[in-house]
Design a protein around this ligand. Structure first.
Ligand code: GLY
Ligand code: MN
Ligand code: MN
Length: 430
């Protein structure tokens, strides 16, 4: 792995917490993700099933984790099934984890080859009453007609053991994963730190007539050089009016003098992510209007992020943020105060210039799992990302930081990423 090895006590603790929420005498089966291919046999890349990573630390395909905490035989209480290598795999792909390495990574003593999974399970299923199976239940899931390994496991298991009880592993991880351990926060901070360096490189490189993708290249260069695995998502390098398309990511335009650039990017380090947005002028000097819009968004970020603290319901936070942005839109002359006072609350006028949510959990997924009906708690990490988009002026501005909720309020993990106008202009002009 490119990242430094992670102490396996993280995964041991995660398993302990997961097990404590299982029904008595049940078996949890969590599979890895498939390796994704292009049209032919070249590989697009591998991203682990985050629930499997969370419970084992194993970052390899063809892996199955089986947890049976109430098993009569101690050896059946946790088993990790991994891919057995052979001469062909060695020739084409190189090394795979040995059993000893899999134990070292995960802290699981019993490691077996994946071809022995069915028989091992058969012995355990006879004794058990039910199964927990993994499934992607993410609220933003986009898998359409792609069948996953988890889908295949559900089908296989229900066919083979139709009379057992079935439970959702994702319901447990959805409750556990939002609360980050100290070790997880360190990994997220590492991702953030790489992002900060990347942003500074972009500021130094940016100049009129540069292509958006040349700035993307600075991000890519720095994250790879720093041992990160990949971009957390395809970076958005949007100059001028492109910043008003929320998911713009073709990054193929020329950055024009006097335009402002919106840069929304993240780093995935050891499977943990950062997600940050900054805006800056192509030529190193904000125009009067860019400054006004920027300062409005910055004000909303500073005020709104104070609401990210224990006990606050995400829905209340979003309402407060909407009011903050609405007031700024009036000050910027984009909305009329009287019309706002008379507006239909179901169709608020601010939606014309501000149309997205402004906080999401972040962790192993950029939009991490977690119920939005749950009040904020210490240990959660959320983004705060207000924005104002004015296509008729060719200005789109969003600012995004990542905050760790603490018992005292929150800590801005992205504090060191330049955000004040003076800092940005100074970095661009020195
Ligand atoms: N870049 C995705 C987001 O900000 O949520
Ligand atoms: Mn975000
Ligand atoms: Mn973002």
């Amino acid at each position: 792995m490119r990242y430094e090895s992670i102490p396996n006590n993280i995964f041991q603790n995660n398993r302990k917490n997961f097990i404590s929420k299982m029904e008595p005498n049940t078996i949890a089966i969590i599979t890895s993700n498939d390796v994704k291919h292009n049209n032919a046999d070249d590989v697009m890349g591998f991203a682990q099933n985050n629930d499997l990573f969370y419970l084992s630390g194993i970052d390899q395909e063809d892996t199955i984790l089986v947890l049976y905490p109430d098993a009569y035989k101690e050896e059946n209480r946790a088993i990790l099934f991994v891919k057995e290598t052979n001469e062909q795999i060695k020739i084409w792909d190189g090394e795979k984890l040995t059993k000893e390495q899999a134990t070292e990574v995960s802290g699981i003593q019993r490691v077996a080859w994946i071809q022995d999974f069915e028989m091992a399970l058969q012995y355990m299923a006879f004794e058990a009453d039910g199964f927990y199976l993994g499934h992607n239940e993410h609220l933003k899931r986009v898998t359409k007609d792609q069948e996953t390994q988890q889908d295949r496991m559900i089908q296989w298991c229900k066919e083979k053991y139709p009379l057992h009880d079935y439970y959702r592993a994702a319901k447990i991880t959805r409750d556990l994963r939002p609360i980050k351990s100290e070790e997880e926060i360190l990994l997220m901070q590492k991702a953030v730190n790489i992002s900060i360096e990347s942003f500074k490189r972009v500021l130094k490189t940016c100049k009129p007539d540069i292509k958006e993708y040349e700035l993307e290249a600075e991000l890519t260069y720095n994250l790879i050089k720093s041992g990160a695995t990949r971009h957390a998502f395809k970076p958005i390098v949007a100059s001028g009016i492109n910043a008003c398309a929320l998911h713009y990511n073709t990054n193929d335009a020329i950055c024009k003098d006097d335009d402002m650039i919106l840069l929304d990017f993240g780093v995935c380090y050891a499977n943990y992510n950062s997600d940050t947005t900054r805006c800056f002028p192509v030529n190193g000097k904000f125009t009067k209007r860019q400054k006004e819009v920027y300062l409005s968004v910055l004000y909303c970020l500073k005020e709104g992020s104070k609401l990210l603290k224990p006990g606050v319901l995400p829905v209340d936070y979003e309402k407060s943020m909407a009011t903050l942005v609405e007031n700024e839109l009036i000050k910027l002359g984009l909305l009329n105060a009287r019309e706002v006072a008379d507006q239909d609350p179901k169709k608020p006028l601010y939606k014309k210039y501000f149309m997205h949510g402004t906080a999401h959990h972040i962790g192993l997924d950029v939009h991490d799992v977690g119920l939005y009906s749950r009040a904020l708690e210490a240990g959660m990490v959320l983004t705060c990302e207000p924005g104002i988009y004015i296509p008729e002026e060719g200005i789109g501005c969003r600012l995004e930081n990542d905050y760790l909720i603490t018992t005292q309020g929150n800590i801005n993990l992205t504090e060191a990423m330049p955000i004040e106008i003076k800092e940005i202009e100074a970095l661009m002009n020195n």
